[in-house]
Structure formats: C-alpha cells, structure tokens
Design a protein around this ligand. Sequence first.
Ligand code: ZN
Length: 431
Amino acid sequence: MAPNRDGESRDQVRLGQLEQLQMLLNRAYLNVDFYRRRMDRLGLQPEDIATFEDFRRFPFTTSGDLAAHYPYGLFAVPLKSVVRLKITHSRDGSPVVVGFTRRDIQLWQNLMARLYTQLGVTDRDIVQVAYNYSLFPGAFTFNHAAEQIGATLAPSAMTSATLQLKIMQDFRSTVLATTPSFAVHILSTLKAARNGRIGQVKSDLRLLLLGPEPVPDETRKLLHDGLQAEVHGLYGVSEMIEPGIAGECRAGSGYHLAEEHFLAEIVHPVSGQPVPAGQEGELVITTLAAEAYPLIRYRTGDVTVLRETPCACGRGGARLGEILRRTDDRLSIRGIPCYPAQIGNILRGLDPSISDFRLLVHRRFGLGDHLDILVARADGRRLAADSRGADLDQMRSTLRRVLGFGARLQIVAAADLPAPGLIEKTVFLDP
Ligand SMILES: [Zn+2]
C-alpha cells in the first residue's frame, strides 16, 4: 500500500486513528454528559472500544442532537477555554453553536495551509478571498492560512463582482477563493464586460478554490474555460470546521482527507450499516482532535464514496469522492444552505394564516441561483400587493435577515401551488 504524505503505511495511519479515538472517547466520557449517558446506557466504557468494529456499536450523533443541546451542552471544555464560537443551524432551522479552543483554531489553520500547499500555492501568490464573513466564518481560515504560508492576502469579502474583477486585475490575484455561485456570477460579469468576448481582460488568475457547496461538473468546466484557471474544491462540515477536512489535489481525483484528525465512515443512509469499500453512502465523521466540540460518528448528510487507492499525485491515504447528493432536503441558494422545514417555520412565525408554501429553486449551471417562495393562506385570501404590500415587504426583509439571502415572495391561491418534486415543498427549475 502506498504511504501517505508522511510516509506512514495504511496500517500505521489506522493505528494512529485508533489511539486518537480512545483519547477522544475518554475526553467525551469525562466532559460531555450527552456522550457519557449514551455510553452508560450501552454499558460501554471508553476502554471497551479497542477496535473500529467495537466503535460501530457507538450510536450516531445527528443534527437534531446538536440542536437539542444548544447552546453549550456538547462542549467538552469550560467556556473560558473557548476562543471562537460559530453559529450554524440544524435541519429544522434550530440554532446550533460550535466552539473552538485556541488549539482547535490553530489546527484548522494548519490544515488549510496544507491544502493550499498541496495545490501549489506559495509566498509568490496573491490570494483573493471573496466570502461573506458572517455567513461563512471559514473565510477567516482562508485568510490566516494564506498569511501562514507567506502568500499575499487580498480579502475582498462580498464587494460587487465588478469590484472583485478590478481587484483581481489591479492586484494581479493568482488565486481566488469563493463559492461556486459567486464565481459563476463573477464570470458572467466578466463576460458582460468583455461584451461577450473572452480574452480581452488580462488576468493572472491561475487557481480557483471553491467551497463550501459542492461544485457540479458543468460549473467546474464553465469556470475553468471562462476564467482559464484550475478549479479545485474543498470539503468542510459547518458543524465541525470548514474548510479543511478534505481538499482536492492537482490530480483532481478526489478530496484528500486529513485522516489523522478525522475518522471517516461511509454508511447506508437508512440502515446505518457500513457499505462495502468504494460504494456510495452517507459520510459519517468523528472529530479525532477537536477539543471544544467533539463530534462522535456525526451524520453529515452528504452522500459520497471513500477511496483508499493511491492517488495519481503519489499520495496514499483516503480520499472522498464528489458529494453526490444529500440524504436530507438541504438546499443551497447562492452557496447558503437552507431547509424547507426551516423556511416553513419562519413563514408561519411571520403569518400564522399561511397554510402551505412552495420553494421554486432556479438553477444555473447546477447551482441554486434564485429562490421564489409561493405561499397560500388558510382562508384563501389572495391579497393584492397594493393593500398588503408593506406586510410582504416586511416578510421579505425578515426572510433575508434570517436566511442570509433575498427571495421573491408571492401570495397565491392554494390551488395555484405547483406539485412538489422529490424534495418536500420544493420544485427545481432549470433554464
Ligand atoms: Zn492526490
């Protein structure tokens, strides 16, 4: 078996993981009531788990568990040791807060620095980071890790696509880190600026680093051809660290997993049983190193495959394949995740007479680009925008504030709601 980057054999890596796992289980048993109660109920002590097979007796942790222990119920260290909090939400929109110690933050930054390095980013690069910092705190890690490897950082945040292009050209950015959706928007703006003709605006861009939403193949090709740059994705989980868990190398055949810190399993989404090697299933991750917020057998909801064959880049170790789909109904609108149940809760909170709704997701290049929300009221009222326009405006602004993106909102008769597709309350529209 090919060694990993540190020259360790597969067996050595697995042995190291097992040692880390035992330490993690001890920490969790001592410091987190939730995990201790689970182990006690099963009659398990941390030392009973001596093999990966034993570990499969441990129950999964779900998004609902995180929400049920909001805010600090799953923290394994006192708050005085926590230096950063990150707000995210569970699948029904309930709040979840994740904490990090100084060591967690440093580890996260080191992993990101390693991902940059494996893509050939050096102190000669100018790294433009175009993320919304409040919705995606991982943007800080892009920044700090770029500085750590000595690259020149240009944090352009969420300025307009036109300004992003000006920064890219004037600063001679070589690397752009952003969401796939925003990269497509920047490309469209560039094409418009070039009056539809490619090749007139000079750019030094050579690498696009995209995340946290998956990058569909058609988007990847569009961006590669349009921006004349390599396109690579990063994988993260918002309840852990993102980015940094895994990232593509230049060979482009999967996402190298930081195995010394994350234990990955692929299970059948319904039975929860492990699937045979190389077959698709739900990714389950255990954070081996996390101090503040350890997650044990956490169900990510992402469907993928795990490959342990050596990569074309020469490295061994496990790689995740593309994220094929979700096991739940999570949507992504311009890179921001949301759930139909969450939107339903917000709508009913705003107007209890709303009886039903549909989400119309407009897709471009496989990405959620715009959202229309159609709502129907129980009493069948179909209010004209002129009489209740202020209400609708207020609802729109609340939705924008809570979801982090704007949506068009319309009241229609219940009979006019379209039939939903396979995802609850949701219809996908491709141009
Ligand atoms: Zn590789």
